[in-house]
Structures are given as structure tokens and as C-alpha cells.
Design a binder for this molecule. Structure first.
Ligand SMILES: Cc1cc2nc3c(=O)[nH]c(=O)nc-3n(C[C@H](O)[C@H](O)[C@H](O)COP(=O)(O)O)c2cc1C
Length: 192
């Protein structure tokens, strides 16, 4: 007998969430996040940067979310019309997990030269960033300053955690656990 599995993340049913994925080695973990959000009934749309596509394919997210993953702002696979605005207006929350050092810098600098950064620039939804990077990158003055700038603008962060890093180091920069990211998502969504 087939049964619909009950969500372990109450409060996400029918909630439109835009999941951004950037070029961090932790990008593979975003697939599990997309799956958990979809299982909880959220309406997930994924947007991958060009670098993210080097780590994990759009097909994975199309399959897990049940929706096409738009190509870039220009070139093959681009969506018709002004996809950056349609996608910006769609969600109740934008979550970028993992967010790279580069992308944090891009957002802090107010750049909008690819689909995901243009969506973040145009959206009125809250933005939650889950960094994933080497400890040297996370602790660099540039990233620290960029994180401070973004926090001042109301951008929310979850993690990173300390622990084993893919480069073989131990330290801060490991993507927050899925549970912590899901908790941060539900906490943000339940804010008045
Ligand atoms: C094998 C490999 C692993 C990488 N891992 C990370 C990472 O974990 N975090 C990070 O911030 N950048 C990492 N980078 C660098 C980014 O992929 C690079 O800065 C890229 O330009 C990010 O693009 P995006 O921010 O548009 O997605 C890695 C690069 C390579 C080649």
C-alpha cells in the first residue's frame, strides 16, 4: 500500500521557497535539503550558479523539486521574460545553501550579474545564507567584513559549524547541519 509520508517539518506545506546553490564543495548537501523541503510540502524552486553546476547538476534539483531549474540569465536554457523578477517575487524565503565566499562578496557588494544574485537583489523576501567554505576563507577579513555588511542589511545566517572540512582541515566553515538549516528556515517563516 502506498502512503503519503508525513512531514517532519510542520509549517512548510505549500510555502514557496527559493533555494539557491553556489559553487561550494558542500553543494551536494543542497540536494538533501531540496528533498527534505519538498517532502515537507514546500514549493521549492532551485537556482544554481554556473559554479554550482560544476559540483552538482540541475537534473538532481529538477527531480527532487518537480520543477525545472532555470539556466543562467543569458545563453542556452535561459527562461523566457524576466525570470529574475518572477523568481524574486515567488518565494516567502530565499535560502542559499551552501553560499560560497565569492557569492557572499557579490551580495555584499550589491552585484547582480547572474540569475541568483539578481533574484536576491530584487526580492522582498527574507534571505537566509548558509556558508560552506574552508576555514581560511571563512576567517578572512574580506569574508568577515562582507558578512557584517550583510547582517546590517538584515540578511540572516545559519552556521557555519566547526568540524571536518573537505580540504582535509578541521575548523570553522563547514555547512550547518540540515537540521540547523531547516530549523532556521521554520524560525524565519514563523516571524510575524
Ligand atoms: C574543488 C573546489 C572546491 C571549492 N570549494 C569551495 C567551497 O567549499 N566554498 C567556497 O566558498 N568556494 C569554493 N570553491 C571556489 C568557488 O567555487 C569559486 O569561488 C566560484 O567562483 C564560486 O562561484 P559562485 O559564487 O558564483 O557559485 C571551490 C572551488 C573548487 C575548484
Amino acid at each position: 500500500m502506498r502512503e503519503r509520508i508525513k512531514s517532519s517539518e510542520p509549517g512548510l506545506s505549500g510555502v514557496p521557497i527559493l533555494l539557491g546553490v553556489t559553487g561550494s564543495i558542500a553543494a551536494y548537501k543542497a540536494a538533501e535539503l531540496a528533498s527534505r523541503l519538498s517532502q515537507a510540502g514546500a514549493e521549492v524552486r532551485a537556482v544554481l550558479t554556473a559554479a554550482a553546476r560544476e559540483f552538482i547538476t540541475p537534473l538532481t534539483f529538477e527531480t527532487l523539486t518537480g520543477h525545472p531549474v532555470p539556466g543562467g540569465m543569458f545563453g542556452p536554457g535561459r527562461s523566457r521574460g524576466t525570470a529574475h523578477i518572477t523568481l524574486a517575487d515567488f518565494p516567502r524565503l530565499v535560502v542559499i545553501a551552501p553560499v560560497s565566499a565569492d557569492f557572499i562578496g557579490k551580495l555584499a557588494g550589491g552585484l547582480a550579474d547572474d540569475l541568483l544574485s539578481a533574484v536576491v537583489m530584487a526580492t522582498r523576501a527574507p534571505v537566509l545564507l548558509a556558508p560552506g567554505m574552508n576555514s581560511g576563507m571563512w576567517e578572512s577579513p574580506a569574508v568577515e567584513e562582507n558578512v557584517r555588511r550583510l547582517r546590517k542589511r538584515g540578511v540572516e545566517f545559519v552556521g557555519p559549524e566547526s568540524g571536518y572540512l573537505a580540504c582535509g582541515y578541521e575548523g570553522a566553515g563547514r555547512l550547518a547541519s540540515l537540521e540547523a538549516i531547516l530549523e532556521a528556515i521554520t524560525a524565519l517563516l514563523s516571524r510575524p
